[in-house]
Design a protein around this ligand. Structure first.
Ligand code: PPS
Length: 293
């Protein structure tokens, strides 16, 4: 991408990934059939979407859990606003699971009847920034930046898919009373995957046996997802025109605190100032370091 921002498509103040957009979907999201028992994973990009997609697929689909079916995780919980794999939403069995990066104000109005379950996964934004920096440099469909400094400006300005990180999380958090929503952090999932799977099951009102919970946890670890072609975008990696170097992996590091290897002291302090200013009334807990309690 040579022309700045060309890979973005702004619709109603929110940046979509142009290469994935089908205008008939984006313009008619409000008219999509929504079922009361639908479940939506909502994330800002690079916050653990595929991880949550895998966890929900393992929870809901026995074949996914037992490895007796060969259906991609991203087809088990397709992207609502893109549906780039053309899943027939109407034919999906209930309860259907979807993923979306949409801001609160673009999801179908019917969500406000509070039946649709929304699992909002958030990640500390310094790690989001670093994950996004690598991802944008890697993907042909995104805009490369020559330094973290440059990308940090782009990210803080919201000139990325998903728009501004602060707007996304604040919007969802401040309107949480309008929705049936549970907030869970990437870091909580990382530090206590079993506890997080149980929290998710509880929210979904889905009871699993101990063995089934074990099977979910086992297949949702970073290492196991990295070697599971259903859950790591292996089908895309075979394509020549997907990444800039045909190397690397979608599941890159999967850790907490990688930002410490990338941000300078100045950049970090600047980020903290912006974070504190924007998040002062948002009591969500953030974990910035693997060793933090
Ligand atoms: S996207 O493109 O928006 O859908 O990306 P997304 O899936 O939201 O985020 C990708 C990052 O999540 C990490 N990931 C995991 N971390 C820990 N454990 C598991 N199981 C896991 N699965 C995915 C993935 O590695 C990306 O983070 P980084 O920091 O780049 O490694």
């Amino acid at each position: 991408m040579d022309n700045k921002g060309e890979y973005l498509l702004n619709f109603k103040g929110y940046n979509f990934q142009r290469s994935l957009v089908k205008m008939n979907i984006v313009e008619n999201m409000d008219d999509q059939e929504i079922r009361d028992d639908d479940v939506f994973i909502v994330t800002y990009p690079k916050s653990g979407t595929i991880w949550a997609q895998q966890i929900l697929s393992l929870i809901y689909f026995e074949g996914h859990r037992n490895n007796t079916e060969n259906i991609l995780t991203i087809d088990r919980a397709p992207f609502f606003e893109y549906n780039h794999r053309n899943v027939d939403f109407a034919k999906m069995p209930s309860p259907r699971t979807f993923a979306t990066h949409l801001p609160y104000y673009l999801v179908p109005k019917v969500f406000k009847n509070k039946k649709v379950k929304i699992l909002y996964i958030y990640r500390n934004p310094k790690d989001v920034l670093i994950s996004y920096f690598h991802f944008s440099n890697w993907m042909i469909t995104h805009e490369a930046s020559n330094s973290v400094e440059t990308f940090m400006e782009t990210f803080l300005d919201g000139r990325v898919v998903g728009s501004n990180w602060f707007d996304h999380i604040r919007g969802w958090y401040e309107h949480r009373q309008d929705f049936n929503i549970m907030f869970l952090s990437y870091e909580d999932m990382k530090k206590d995957l079993r506890g997080s799977v149980l929290k998710i099951c509880n929210f979904l009102e889905k009871e699993l046996s101990e063995e089934d919970v074990d099977a979910v946890v086992r297949q949702a670890t970073f290492q196991n997802m990295k070697s599971d072609p259903r859950a790591n975008y292996a089908h895309k990696q075979k394509l020549k025109n997907w990444t800039r170097n045909n190397q690397g992996k979608f599941l890159r590091k999967g850790t907490i605190g990688d930002w410490k290897h990338h941000l300078t002291v100045d950049q970090n302090e600047r980020f903290d100032r912006i974070f504190n200013r924007n998040m002062k009334n948002i009591p969500l807990k953030f974990i910035w370091d693997m060793n933090e309690e």
